[in-house]
Design a protein around this ligand. Structure first.
Ligand code: FAD
Length: 318
């Protein structure tokens, strides 16, 4: 770790983490422990993904409730709108607000393979429309929640829990796989900001210039909200291949080769963590307002990144 940074942890920008809902009881149990460890890093929020079409709704809510009830960390719910009618999307947002979730990552989501017709894609055409809907639903509820909380001071923790603290959206530094042109992703982010997004989180990337160049283009186009870089440590060749498959991102050859030739699991882990820690240093030096770390539901690698940045005390066998 870097002693200089250890001495002034408060000066480091906020971090956040992303989890996905587990599919088995055993995985759910392990995830509880992971969340507890992640909470020790004092993240700004922990976000939980949502299966497009609603396949993970209940499991996502279970994880979000755990974060809400067992930690002091703000839970952020990913929501997708693809395939939903306007009424369905409206009731989905209400259901999450009823559960006490007030921060969202509004996404369009991907259509199931083979689905192309406008009717099957649903009433909301883009994430920007979901951002608007979240704000509208919240505004409709506001007078009601105020009535139910007489005497709760404005701005108190409880009062703030009643309103979306953040409505985040996705951004694509290297372009969305289906974007029509290079400016489409900046245009789309600007549209999300106009709709009321308060924060953007990027798709993962492997070169600082990908992120810094995108932020520069976004700023030139009028995007003023924070654009937080999304980073994921690839701690094995299999993990790296999976990342490429899920995101369509081009994998850096030097990382791929380094992981392939390293024989030990521990060595591969160190390579993946070191790579992302270095990338984090570069984007922070370039002005990134924080770090969003994709965890793959495991705390060791992302906390290792934070240790290298001096954000966490080094703990053997973490
Ligand atoms: P949008 O921003 O609405 O569109 C995506 C892109 O498509 C735009 O950037 C733009 O390039 C292009 N585009 C859209 N509309 C137009 C148009 N009219 N004309 C031209 N181009 C257009 N998916 C899930 O299912 N669940 C999750 O929990 C989830 N979490 C994610 C978290 C992050 C941080 C990121 C980066 C992605 C996540 N995804 C998730 C994936 C996401 O749903 C897909 O990438 C989806 O294809 C796009 O969603 P969006 O919200 O970015 O959509």
């Amino acid at each position: 770790t870097t002693p200089g940074l250890d001495a002034q942890p408060a000066s480091l920008p906020p971090v956040s983490f992303e989890l996905f809902p587990p599919r088995t009881d055993a995985a759910a149990l392990a995830l509880g422990r992971t969340i507890d460890r992640l909470a020790e890093a004092d993240p700004a929020f922990i976000s939980v993904t949502y299966g497009a079409g609603g396949s993970s709704r209940d499991r996502s809510l279970t994880v979000l409730r755990y974060i809400l009830e067992h930690t002091a960390v703000e839970p952020m719910a990913h929501l997708t709108c693809i395939g939903s009618s306007y009424a369905e999307a409206n009731s989905l947002v209400r259901q999450f607000l009823d559960a006490g979730i007030t921060s969202f990552l509004a996404l369009r989501g991907d259509p199931p393979s083979g689905v192309t017709g406008p009717a099957e894609l649903g009433d909301l055409g883009s994430a920007a429309e979901l951002v608007q809907l979240i704000h509208r639903v919240q505004e409709e509820r506001e007078p009601f929640s105020q009535q139910r909380m007489p005497g709760v001071p404005q701005g108190s923790r409880i009062a703030r829990r009643r309103r979306p603290e953040r409505v985040a959206v996705a951004a694509f530094p290297n372009g969305h796989p289906r974007a029509r042109g290079t400016s489409a992703d900046v245009d789309s982010l600007l549209a999300k900001q106009v709709a009321g997004a308060t924060l953007a989180i990027t798709q993962l990337f492997f070169h600082a210039d990908d992120y810094l160049g995108f932020v520069e283009r976004a700023r030139a186009a009028g995007v003023t909200i924070d654009i937080v870089p999304g980073l994921m440590p690839a701690t094995s060749p299999a993990r790296l291949a999976r990342i490429a498959e899920l995101t369509g991102e081009e994998i850096p050859a030097e990382l791929e080769i380094a992981l392939e030739v390293e024989p030990s699991e521990q060595g591969q882990h160190e390579i993946g963590v070191d790579y992302i820690a270095q990338l984090a240093r570069e984007v922070l030096a370039g002005g990134a307002p924080g770090l969003h770390l994709y965890t793959f539901n495991q705390h060791r690698a992302v906390l290792g990144v934070l240790e290298r940045l001096g954000r966490m005390p080094a703990v053997a066998g973490r």
